[in-house]
Design a protein around this ligand. Structure first.
Ligand SMILES: Nc1nc2c(c(=O)[nH]1)N[C@H]1C(S)=C(S)[C@@H](COP(=O)(O)O)O[C@H]1N2
Ligand SMILES: [Mo]
Length: 330
């Protein structure tokens, strides 16, 4: 397992400057090649990006040195096409709505079946050695991206609190007004979040992993992407990323991590248990009751590509599920 960390399929980061230039070239070509390059036509194809909260550069992170396998998804797509139901159920409306999210001060309580429960300020978490991880990200809805995250294995945080012998699962909770762990100093107000009545799922958003899944070196707490601290719409200031599972497992804006003995309840499984299981490993052979999971639309590409078992990370993670029937325990 320690070995698998070196085999992570990753890719070299495209520096943001190069990436932006490439986009400008494409745009320039588009305009030059269009006889009627009207402002209207240009804006139709290139909607003005919404004004979002400026984020600091992350200094000192270990760059991913691996060879490029999949092309990175454009920053504008990563930050403009989001699922964050506390803000909006419209993917293109999340970025503007999430401007209201205040991410300082921010604390994450780590408690439950651990020897040393404690609260971590976001400043403490940003001091843990930050690494770049380029991962494929597959939403259960059938689209995917390739994202250059920055963060650290959640294992490093769990080791600080020393999981006790009875701990078997890890439960996660997103910030939500009125339901924060007692005594925690968190940003005031509702942070612009909407009622679960509008979202159609109950809040706070909760998720869970088995402890051995959380301890896998590929499971990270992400604090940023594309070299900067996490955009609000992507789950600032810290969110989970588990690249071999469907995107909804990667819970955003985490305020609490609790080790438990029993399998914790999870938001989408609570909402529709026959459609969303606890494990939710990416699996092209297990269809969603309402659509096929065999293929996916990679944002930025034409056509569809085949979905890979465990999102292509089977070599690294399949051993976690030895002996399980993944069609029954999905
Ligand atoms: N708190 C919270 N976390 C969440 C969600 C959400 O609505 N609320 N959506 C999930 C889903 S369905 C996906 S696909 C990813 C989207 O992450 P992204 O917007 O960074 O691509 O976040 C996941 N984490
Ligand atoms: Mo998703």
């Amino acid at each position: 397992m320690a070995d698998s960390e070196n085999k992570i399929k990753s890719s070299e980061i495209t520096p943001e400057s190069v990436y932006l230039n490439r986009r400008n070239l494409i745009k320039a070509g588009l305009i030059a090649g269009t006889t009627v390059a009207t402002g209207f036509g240009y804006r139709f194809f290139n909607p003005r990006p919404v004004k979002t909260v400026e984020k600091a550069e992350i200094e000192n992170f270990q760059k991913s040195g691996e060879k490029l396998t999949d092309e990175l998804t454009d920053l504008d797509d990563i930050t403009g096409y989001n699922n964050y139901y506390e803000y909006s159920t419209s993917k293109t409306a999340v970025a503007a709505a999430a401007v209201s999210l205040k991410t300082r001060p921010w604390k994450v309580r780590v408690d439950g079946l651990v020897n040393k429960p404690r609260d971590f300020g976001i400043e403490d978490l940003l001091k843990i050695d930050q690494e770049e991880r380029v991962y494929r990200f597959r939403c259960v809805e059938g689209w995917s991206m390739v994202i250059p995250w920055i963060g650290f294995p959640i294992k490093k945080l769990l080791e600080k609190v020393e999981p006790g012998p009875r701990a078997k699962y890890v439960a996660f909770q997103t910030f939500y007004p009125g339901s924060n762990p007692t005594g925690l100093k968190l940003p005031d107000g509702n942070n612009g979040m909407q009622s679960s009545i509008f979202a159609g799922i109950s809040f706070p958003y909760i998720e869970g992993l088995r402890l051995d899944e959380a301890m896998h070196p590929m499971a990270i707490l992400a604090t940023g992407l594309y070299g900067k601290e996490m955009p609000n719409q992507n789950g600032a200031p810290i969110r989970l990323v588990v690249p071999w599972k469907y995107g909804f497992k990667s819970i955003k804006s985490v305020v609490r991590i609790t080790l438990t003995e029993e399998q914790p309840p999870t938001t989408w499984n609570n909402a529709t248990p026959n459609e969303y299981g606890f494990y939710s490993n990416v699996n092209p052979n297990v269809d969603h009751p309402r659509w096929s999971q065999a293929t996916e639309r990679r944002i930025g590409e034409l056509g569809r590509r085949k979905t890979l078992l465990f999102n292509g990370y089977g070599e690294e993670v399949a051993n976690l599920y030895k002996g399980m029937d993944l069609t029954r325990e999905f």
